[in-house]
Design a protein around this ligand. Structure first.
Ligand SMILES: *Cc1c(COP(=O)(O)O)cnc(C)c1O
Length: 359
């Protein structure tokens, strides 16, 4: 059977159906019904955050974050090492991404390089807790305060990770998350915004549902709501969060043991309780990566090049500044398959193919 980079966690069918039956009984399919409300309460409780908004996906969460903070043009400082949605949400909001290179230990934006990229056009900073590794949140907040900039964390990978004793999603003016089927905790499609300031939270709440209360049209909005059916999957998955994280931890440790230092690995910062969202490995160069991929693909095993290309090299972002560290890492990093219930034998098989194909 094919092995992909991940496999969505599926809750027991009866537990999912319980929440679907609720929809059939009350006839409410969307618009902040009981499943969405219950899921929002449970997730905000689990994360220990206020002003939690469940939305339709992690990309629209980023767009809403920009618009709720009134960032409707100008420069947004961001990281080139992420999924394309980080940059595309900035462009879609008619802002200009300004890339700051990453630091080589955990691939998050290099906070020491942010200040020199700030100009009078800079409006916000949008870093990413990539693979669930924490950005230097304290240094970034200090810079933002000094220059009066907003901070939006793309926390698509940060669910379940804790830093300095609290959820990694509790930092910044707004943190976003993704609950896409490929993410650690999923609702098939889905996402969230976690907002620090109550007034911004109210504006975001209005904007996510067309900008009106009944017949009072108060602001320009969009439809970023999610449905009762999506929330049902979230409610069925919710009791398994600890199980999901501990299973991924077990699989990651099995890789660590089997690979025993033959590939590069990120170094997590002190104070991070990691969520084991991904298992990235860094090869010596791109040809080594391609050799390993060829050998694994012949066995019907498909790791992914997360993340490639470095986003400063996108064809539709002309004039982006060079980011040599991100460009280099992106050319030789990949995520190995990781999912709940992954057999040790599959991990050992993948690790031995990797070992046979690296120098
Ligand atoms: C998945 C992802 C997104 C987008 O989330 P969707 O829910 O798929 O829209 C944004 N940023 C990063 C870093 C992601 O990995």
């Amino acid at each position: 059977m094919s092995v992909y980079v991940t496999k969505s966690f599926m809750p027991p069918k009866e537990e999912y159906i319980k929440y679907i039956e609720r929809i059939y009984n009350n006839g409410i399919l969307t618009n902040q019904g009981p499943n969405v409300r219950e899921l929002s309460d449970k997730l905000s409780g689990y994360l220990g955050v206020d002003n939690f908004h469940y939305v339709s996906n992690g990309t629209v969460a980023l767009q809403l974050a920009l618009s709720a903070l009134d960032i409707d043009g100008g420069d947004v400082i961001t990281t080139p090492f992420s999924y394309v949605a980080t940059t595309s949400s900035i462009l879609w909001q008619r802002c200009n991404p300004v890339f700051v290179d990453i630091e080589p230990n955990n691939f998050t934006i290099d906070a020491a390089k942010i200040e020199s990229a700030i100009t009078p056009n800079t409006r916000a900073i949008m870093p990413v807790h990539v693979f669930g590794y924490a950005c230097d949140v304290d240094a970034i907040q200090k810079i933002a305060d000094k220059h009066n900039l907003k901070v939006i964390y793309d926390g698509a990978h940060a669910f379940g990770a804790r830093y300095q004793g609290k959820s990694l999603l509790s930092y910044g003016d707004i943190s976003t998350c993704s609950f896409h089927a490929t993410k650690l905790f999923h609702t098939v499609e889905g996402g969230a915004c976690i907002v620090r300031d109550a007034a911004v939270s109210n504006r975001l709440d209005l904007q996510k549902r067309f900008g009106h209360n009944g017949d009072n049209h108060l602001a320009l909005g969009i439809n970023a709501k999610n449905s009762e059916f999506h929330a049902a999957m979230g409610l069925a998955n919710f009791p398994y969060i600890d199980h999901i994280i501990s299973e991924r931890r077990r699989a990651s440790m099995c890789y660590d043991y089997a690979l025993s230092g033959c590939v590069g690995r990120p170094r997590a910062q002190a104070g991070l309780e990691y969520n084991y969202a991904y298992y990235p490995v860094v090869f010596r160069d791109e040809s080594e990566l391609l050799r390993v991929f060829g050998a694994l693909n012949r066995l019907d095993i498909y790791p992914r090049r997360y993340f490639y290309p470095s986003l400063n090299n996108l064809s539709y972002v002309p004039g982006a500044n060079a980011c040599p560290i991100s460009t280099d890492i992106a050319s030789r990093i990949a995520c190995l398959p990781l999912y709940v219930g992954m057999p040790d034998a599959t991990i050992n098989q993948i690790a031995s193919v990797v070992k046979q194909n690296v120098r």
